[in-house]
Design a protein around this ligand. Structure first.
Ligand code: ZN
Length: 283
């Protein structure tokens, strides 16, 4: 499942093909993904210019000249492919239509954006730009981890008196938006905090220390996404996933990477999801 850095990478990959460009034609090949598409979606997109392509949590938001915003969620398996990119350097042929190509945008600059999603957990919606923040998917979100509203005092206040494990607290999208399983595991390892520790029982300085760590973990992943983006664009233009090396995530039974630590990484299940951590380094 794409997490915030993957979604940001997709946004950056789409931006040169979409921003400032009119959607000439939109193919909507089925009535729904996870939810029904909005009424007359194709009609409402055609002829509109994408004024701005932004991201909120794991949602890509395309602000259109019509005053509506197209919300895109990749779900579990959604992928966006850019082809015919007119920028020259990365120009590539439009691919043959594939099974699960559910929505295709034909841009006025010759680019084509294909949304393919075999499992159909993805979503698209159209909402008025001015009230976009009030949309049911967006209004519940806490601050962006890379934004100014996510700061030490915010996290300290959010954790105060909280009886849930810190792992669950950081996955709570109302506390901080866009953090998923992978990057929470990585941040807790760097912060040397056990995922099992109750959020309300961690000292304020240790909670505060998690804030720059979370930002750093995400920034590094976005950077890795940036390098993979260059590879993608040279290859098949597909966006959405990239290989990234993790310190604990997916490393059950492998040696801890902390110097002087001879433990191996442990995996436990918390709220139905795997947590990877070092029982020696993380307390
Ligand atoms: Zn260790």
């Amino acid at each position: 499942m794409p997490e915030l850095p993957e979604v940001e990478t997709v946004r950056r990959g789409l931006s040169p093909a979409m921003e400032g460009v009119v959607i000439e034609k939109a193919d909507v090949n089925r009535p729904d993904l996870r939810w029904p598409f909005p009424d007359r979606m194709a009609e409402r997109l055609i002829g509109q210019r994408v004024d701005r392509l932004r991201r909120r949590s794991k949602y890509i938001l395309a602000d259109l000249s019509s005053g509506e915003t197209l919300l895109i969620h990749l779900g579990m398996s959604g992928r966006m492919t850019v082809s015919g990119d007119p920028l020259g350097q990365y120009a590539r042929e439009h691919p043959m239509a594939q099974k699960h190509d559910h929505v295709v945008f034909h841009m006025a600059n010759g680019a084509r954006i294909t949304f393919n999603d075999p499992r159909r957990f993805g979503a698209m919606d159209l909402l008025p730009t001015v009230t976009a923040d009030a949309h049911k998917l967006l209004s519940v979100l806490g601050p962006e981890p890379l934004g100014n509203d996510f700061h030490e005092q915010h996290l300290i206040d959010a954790f105060q008196g909280k009886n849930t494990p810190v792992k669950s607290a950081l996955l709570d999208q109302g506390i901080v938006a866009g953090l998923g399983n992978i990057y929470v595991c990585e941040a807790l390892y760097r912060g040397r905090v056990s995922p099992r520790r109750k959020a309300g029982q961690i000292s304020a300085p240790r909670v505060a220390a998690l804030v720059p760590i979370i930002r750093q973990v995400l920034r590094e992943a976005i950077e890795a996404g940036g390098s993979s983006l260059r590879d993608f664009r040279q290859a098949d233009g597909e966006l959405g996933y990239f290989q990234h090396s993790f310190d604990v995530y997916g490393r059950e039974g492998e040696p801890c990477r902390t110097q002087e630590c001879d433990a191996v990484i442990t995996r436990i299940t918390q709220s139905g999801r795997s947590s990877f951590y070092c029982t020696q380094c993380q307390r």
